[in-house]
Design a protein around this ligand. Structure first.
Ligand code: FEO
Ligand code: CA
Ligand code: CA
Ligand code: CA
Length: 680
């Protein structure tokens, strides 16, 4: 049915109020269906999820902490992709992390100092990470997943991977498990995503560093082996001596010297092993921090780690507009305080026929393995540059005094060091990127930054203040975050310069309107800590020409007033709001910054959804007709434990929850009761 006409270009729902209730709230006229929860079986003969800590076999169940997500339409019958189908498809989604306590009968064992983790607990925790691919269908009674579909797949930290691009085979990736440095095992802490027009899924490794143990004395062993640069790199990526690893998986005994399932998380160089890394796991941290491509339509395929896109805390990786004959761009944030925004431009111009090619990972090879990685510098005058991370150019040479870059693989493995050398702009924690499909403008969430000081502000990161209402998260610095956007010169993905402004600043509507609530947010649209970001533009609805920007929050600073939320916006364009001056006084220092700010959003930005207690709202995609929106509710009740359950979601979303029901991360589907396009 393509008869629905949408327009004029304004949002068509009543804003949802801020809320601390333990429920997903949506506007009047909309419905929520819970689709896919932690522990749900994805194969025949896997028992229903008991949710009492005794469940096993998570390689055939939904993992935890649902995050970035893409819908891929497929033909009504058979196995072929059909990007226009809105009633049958594959849903690929990330399982970023775990709420450890709820996975075991009475919380986790052996987490204390000197503790030993039970092997079954460690294996379960690993398998709860990674990615799900599931078949979903819209039938007479709404959406459901197909529990025994042959397409269902779990990718976990144990799944075989192959490396591609310039760093494939580089000695820095050599481990005992991969002596030729071309393969690896698994993916972890997969945060945001990318939806490729050739029907593949990008999953991105974010806070992988925290899983590694590194013992005192490691740096000395590496220095003695003439690998001192590894120490510089490990420190720059946050792997310090004394780290025990988030979940202490290396404590599993007996030590698994043969299988190395647990030992691989110990990055400490063994004194008696070769300096090239072939005898231990000193190089295992270099196997993580990559963008990974998965073909959801081929469950037997081996995912590919795309090294041309650089190594960092990858949040998301979204492709910009694809125009025949023009080289496409892929926009990425490195999510840590004071890190950078990157883009990768393929060497190959776009060919429309690739969108329907049968060999999808080969198309990925074509666009993702060769090209130029750039990092962004934002100038105070509203211009900016994309600076190339190309070996041999500028400071990226062997004679660089600090980093002595050896080759392009070295530049990519140590992308942060290269970006430092180039003098990129340190941002307030870059999270998701999204590209307006009509204008090509790129938006990026800067979620917050507790280390931004008044003296350290700049035009692109202009706020440093104390949030008087904050109950957690970033209480000072840029406590509430903002959304920056840029317009490429000539409106082409190939550009090496751009113009930029700040679309909107997060803030409670009760905060200082002169220096904090700069976008004039009110009770219908105030938000904090923007994170998930995505543009929808229903492609097969007549009359639909207005893309909607969806903004999701992951907040600690606003939780005195509301749980995390999803907002919808019809944004303007770079430069539409002029300039303002902000005065910051944090820490006694004073700074005055001229900012470029988008037009005050007013009613073009509205709260669409509020989630249950202690959750993050993340992951968003829709069917091509725009009538079903998929959203993830991540870690409801995350501060609780089996002895102190703090949320009963999703049991209470439809029906009655028992007090003992442990909360579960889950994918939901939102539809409009009149069958229309969501948001209008
Ligand atoms: Fe996984 Fe940056 O959020
Ligand atoms: Ca995020
Ligand atoms: Ca976040
Ligand atoms: Ca989270």
């Amino acid at each position: 049915d393509t008869t629905v006409t949408v327009g004029p270009a304004q949002l068509g729902f009543t804003a949802v109020a801020k809320s601390l209730a333990d429920i997903v709230a949506v506007p009047a006229g909309y419905s929520v269906t819970v689709l896919y929860r932690l522990g749900d079986p994805i194969a025949a003969n896997v028992p229903a999820f008991a949710n009492n800590g005794a469940d096993t076999n998570f390689a055939l169940r939904a993992g935890d902490h649902h995050d970035g997500m893409s819908y891929f339409g497929m033909a009504a019958t058979g196995n072929a992709p059909d990007a226009t189908n809105s009633t049958r498809g594959l849903l690929a989604l990330n399982h970023e992390n775990i709420t450890q306590a709820y996975l075991h009968p009475n919380g986790a064992s052996g987490m204390g100092s000197g503790g030993v983790r039970p092997e079954a607990e460690a294996l379960k925790e690993m398998e709860c990470h990674g990615v799900s691919v599931i078949e979903i269908v819209r039938g007479a009674v709404g959406w459901s997943y197909v529990p025994n579909s042959g397409f269902n797949r779990r990718v976990t930290p144990l799944t075989p991977m192959s490396f591609s691009g310039p760093a494939r085979g580089t000695p820095q990736l050599r481990t005992r498990h991969s002596p030729d440095a071309t393969t690896g095992r698994g993916t972890i802490n997969n945060c945001a995503n990318g939806t490729m027009p050739w029907q593949t899924y990008l999953t991105n490794e974010e806070n992988w560093a925290g899983y590694f143990r590194r013992d005192a004395g490691d740096a000395a062993i590496r220095s003695a082996a003439a690998a001192a640069k590894e120490n510089v790199s490990l420190a720059r990526y946050g792997i310090r001596e004394g780290a025990g690893g988030n979940y202490k998986w290396t404590s599993v005994t007996p030590a698994d010297a043969a299988s190395t399932v647990y030992a691989r998380w110990n990055a400490t160089a063994a004194k008696d092993q070769p300096a090239d890394g072939s005898g231990d796991f000193r190089h295992e941290p270099f196997q993580f921090g990559w963008v990974v491509e998965i073909d959801p339509f081929d469950p037997a395929s081996t995912p590919r780690k795309r090294t041309a896109l650089g190594r960092m805390n990858h949040e998301g990786c979204q492709i910009g507009r694809t125009i025949t004959g023009v080289r496409p761009a892929f926009y990425m944030g490195d999510d840590a305080q004071n890190e950078y925004i990157y883009k990768f431009v393929s060497v190959t111009p776009w060919t429309a026929a690739d969108a329907s090619a049968a060999s999808r990972l080969a198309v990925g090879d074509k666009y993702l393995d060769a090209g130029t990685l750039y990092v962004a510098r934002f100038n105070a005058d509203g211009t900016g540059q994309w600076m190339p991370l190309v070996f041999g150019q500028g400071p990226l040479t062997p004679s660089n005094a600090a980093y002595a870059f050896a080759d392009q693989a070295d530049v990519l493995v140590n992308a942060r060091l290269a970006a430092d050398a180039l003098g990129a702009t340190r941002m307030d924690r870059p999270e998701w990127t999204a590209v307006n499909p009509t204008t090509g403008e790129m938006y990026c969430t800067l979620t917050n930054n507790s280390s931004r000081t008044a003296a350290g502000t700049d035009a692109a990161n202009p706020r440093a203040y104390s949030d008087p209402k904050s109950t957690g998260g970033a209480t000072s610095g840029n406590a509430n975050g903002h959304v920056i956007r840029l317009r490429e010169t000539g409106d082409t993905s190939e550009a090496t310069s751009f113009a930029w402004d700040i679309y909107a600043f997060g803030a409670g509507s009760d905060l200082d309107a002169t220096n904090i609530n700069l976008s004039g947010l009110d009770g219908s649209n105030d938000f904090s800590s923007p994170d998930g970001l995505w543009f929808s533009l229903p492609s097969n609805v007549a009359g639909q020409t207005t893309p909607v920007l969806w903004v999701e929050t992951d907040d600690g600073a606003f939780t005195d007033q509301t749980n995390c939320m999803l907002l919808a916006a019809i944004p303007g364009t770079v430069g539409d709001g002029g300039t303002k001056t902000v005065v910051n006084t944090l820490g006694g220092a004073s700074s005055s910054v001229t900012i470029r700010i988008g037009k005050a959003p007013g009613t073009t930005l509205r709260r669409f959804l509020v989630g249950p207690k202690e959750c993050e709202i993340t992951g968003i995609h829709s069917t091509p007709d725009g009538r079903s929106i998929f959203v993830n509710i991540q870690h409801p009740g995350e501060n609780g434990s089996p002895a102190n359950i703090t949320s009963n979601w999703p049991y209470n979303q439809s029906g009655t929850a028992a007090a003992g029901n442990r909360p579960r991360s889950a994918t939901i589907v939102i539809t409009k009761d009149d069958g229309g396009v969501v948001g209008f």
